[in-house]
Design a binder for this molecule. Structure first.
Ligand SMILES: Cc1ncc(COP(=O)(O)O)c(C=O)c1O
Length: 375
């Protein structure tokens, strides 16, 4: 059999990324010129919201939370099943993250959140895990009931839909990431999406060190607020813009590859794909699978076996409550049974544009051999 290996991720680029990158290079501004504006316009066209492009998904969360948290000790409920930035940025914006367990599809839901709401709770961050929409109708209803704001961490959900509506358009704000592994990959980058023009203006000022320039005399500026430098370079924005142009094409290809994985997994009864009820509404950012009855230790041995054979897999996620930095945020007696069970069993298969069918079937054979050796 031909030898295959499969990295967890490789970004895909075309002549368009090359062309835009070269234009940005030759234009000679490099740091925050028209490429950010062009990228914002392209995203505005998709989301029909104000878009503030920033340096990462993490800085997008920090900026969004800094606009919303205005009292000390504000509590914000976040899923334990997410990347650390969803919760760490609550702390950096002056709040306290309250970790919530997730439902069977690894999203927060009213059942996992409502008992955590206190008099200090002001908002919720929902993560559309793996690019599948969380139960938005129920969560929005809960927010209305308790007068809470909602941020959608839509870093995986580009594009994903709930009831025909695009994820990233439901909450007061939403955040995107343009990290190299994401559906719009710019190397690094991110965006805040919102609908309030005053908050958008404030976000633009904060993202560039709190400066406001005079339009007649652009060499003059005033420091309006103590902000950060969350600007993206022109090179990243140029690559991001080309990726937006190719978003639909790349999304369809990830979906095609995911359906090949579905077929492949029908021959491996130990593994069950993460449930996606309608493939055309998911972003297919990740392809997680569950090894039923496994333990984290057994799973790690399987991933080690695959790694030795040249197949790099990943785990999304080790839940936040299992990391030392989040110990202070766990309430006395709080448990996370669904996240704990999922962590024992879950791992993610590579899913990126440019992967071949040969790599998928070779991964299938190697998984079978690994499972037979380790089980
Ligand atoms: C759910 C989620 N939120 C936030 C982030 C942070 O994005 P970035 O890596 O661009 O800072 C990530 C990135 O991995 C993510 O997966």
């Amino acid at each position: 059999m031909e030898q295959y290996s499969l990295p967890f991720h490789r970004p895909s680029f075309s002549a368009l990324e090359r062309q835009y990158l070269q234009e940005a290079l030759e234009e000679g501004y490099w740091g925050g010129g028209r490429w950010i504006e062009r990228l914002e316009k392209a995203l505005q066209h998709i989301y029909e919201r104000e878009v503030i492009v920033v340096s990462s998904g993490t800085s997008a969360l920090h900026l969004a939370l800094s606009l919303l948290i205005d009292e000390k000790d504000t509590e914000v409920i976040v899923p334990t099943w997410t990347f650390t930035a969803t919760a760490s940025e609550v702390v950096h914006a002056g709040g306290i993250p309250v970790l919530a367990d997730v439902n069977e599809s690894l999203h927060i839901s009213p059942e996992t959140v409502e008992s955590l709401i206190s008099s200090r709770t002001r908002g919720i961050i929902v993560v559309h895990y793996a690019g599948v929409a969380a139960p938005m109708a129920e969560l929005l209803q809960l927010c209305r009931k308790y007068n809470l704001w909602l941020i959608e961490d839509a870093c995986h959900a580009v594009p994903a839909y709930y009831g025909g509506q695009l994820c990233g358009t439901f909450g007061e704000m939403a955040t995107l990431s343009f990290h190299a592994t994401k559906p719009i990959a710019a190397g690094q980058g991110g965006a805040v999406l919102l609908s309030n023009p005053d908050l958008a203006e404030r976000a633009r000022i904060l993202r560039r060190n709190g400066l406001q320039r005079s339009s007649e005399m652009p060499w003059l500026y005033e420091v309006k607020a103590l902000g950060w430098n969350y600007m993206l370079s022109d090179f990243q924005a140029a690559v991001g813009l080309a990726q937006v142009a190719r978003l639909e094409e790349n999304w369809k290809e990830r979906r095609r590859l995911a359906l090949l994985y579905d077929d492949m997994l029908r021959g491996i009864p130990e593994l069950t794909p993460y449930p996606v009820s309608s493939p055309e509404t998911a972003a297919w950012h990740l392809y997680p699978v569950f090894w039923s009855g496994a333990t984290a230790e057994k799973k790690n041995r399987l991933l080690q076996y695959l790694h030795r054979k040249g197949f790099t897999l990943n785990v999304h996620y080790k839940p936040l409550h299992l990391h030392p930095a989040y110990r202070p945020y766990i309430h006395k007696g709080q448990t996370f049974p669904t996240a704990d069970r999922a962590y024992e069993e879950i791992f993610s298969l590579p899913l990126w544009v440019g992967m071949t069918e040969g790599q998928i079937s070779a991964l299938g054979e190697t998984l079978k051999a690994g499972l037979a050796e380790i089980a």
